[in-house]
Design a protein around this ligand. Structure first.
Ligand code: MEV
Length: 319
């Protein structure tokens, strides 16, 4: 495709992508162990693309204070990279004139997949605007490339669960299997409000593993066992078994040094308020934790998290 004029573009389109939580297996996922993640619809990134009479591609992302023309961004800026990758894929040499607005309710650097969700929504909206159909597999691949800019060596689980927007059992470079809960269950999410970059915790775990390979491989194998047991429990409709597995997973993550006093405080508060189990979720060191709660106790657990210092809590159902 050579050039676009306004007539070739859809005048106005929008697309969204959800946040995510890792139920089991973060960090171990980077080393080829299985992990489970689910989308969180309560928070999302939303992108609107408007065919414009103003020259250029204008990006308006108030959440991150970005109001600029594409050409002012370095090509490895995650937003620029998403746009350029779509253009390259479609083979556009003459860029269309567009206004792109990006808003997101997913907290940044909080382990909820904000970067992957923005990239996914942006790519989906751009493809719609250009009236092309991109298979989810291709979107997932582009988002993964962009994730590498954010995180260095991501496993690919965040982009996968967000692009496909369904619960996934994931093994890096091996498989991505959607799964279904035999019985729905409720998860309460608590945000420490402490920003933490996944790139840093993943980098630290890499260094610690290199210094103590045997110990870390044992930790990862233990986590793999928990992820497999969790998948079986979820699919067999025995979610009550997940609480104990979450507690064990949190202890292993503590041993990996990726928890923090704030995360531990929220994990303990959730347990004391009657949750069946709790753990950090995502890269750790800050960001979010999750707790398994009976549906009728979830609000109580959410309030206990706020009382213990959480900046925000979300109640979500996995089904
Ligand atoms: C981040 O959500 C999960 C990590 O395992 C990193 C990754 O798998 O890319 C910490």
């Amino acid at each position: 495709m050579d050039s676009y004029s306004i007539g070739d573009l859809l005048p106005f389109v929008k697309a969204s992508a959800p946040g995510k939580i890792i139920l089991f297996g973060e960090h171990a996922a980077v080393y080829g162990r299985p992990a489970l993640a689910v989308p969180v619809a309560q928070v999302h990134a939303d992108v609107e693309v408007l065919a414009s009479t103003r020259k250029g591609i204008w990006i308006d992302a108030p959440d991150i204070g970005l109001h600029t023309e594409l050409g002012t961004l370095p090509p490895d800026h995650p937003i620029a990279c998403a746009i350029l990758q779509v253009f390259q894929l479609v083979g556009i040499s003459n860029r269309p004139d567009l206004t792109i607005s990006i808003v997101s309710s997913i907290p940044v650097a909080a382990g909820l997949g904000s970067g992957a969700a923005v990239s996914t929504a942006l790519i989906k909206a751009l493809a719609l605007s250009l009236d092309i159909s991109l298979p989810l597999e291709q979107i997932n691949q582009i988002v993964y490339e962009i994730e590498k800019l954010h995180h260095g060596t991501p496993s690919g689980i965040d982009n996968t669960v967000i692009t496909y927007n369904r619960p996934v059992f994931f093994i890096k470079d091996v498989s991505m299997e959607p799964f279904k809960a035999g019985k729905p269950f409720t998860v309460v999410i608590g945000d420490t409000g402490v920003p933490a970059l996944t790139r840093e915790s993943v980098g630290d775990v890499k260094r610690l593993r290199e210094a103590n390979m045997k110990h870390f491989e044992t930790l990862f194998n233990e986590i793999a066992r928990l992820s497999l047991a969790a998948r079986t429990a979820i699919e067999n409709g025995e979610p009550f078994l997940l609480g104990g597995l979450m507690d064990q997973n949190h202890a292993l993550l503590q041993e990996m040094t990726v928890s923090s006093p704030e995360l531990d405080r929220l994990v303990n508060a959730a347990r004391e308020a009657g949750a069946h189990g709790a753990k950090l979720s995502g890269g750790g060191r800050g960001g979010n934790m999750i707790a398994l709660a009976d549906e009728n106790k979830a609000e109580h657990v959410a309030q206990a998290l706020i009382a213990a210092g959480a900046k925000q809590s979300i109640i979500t159902q996995v089904s």
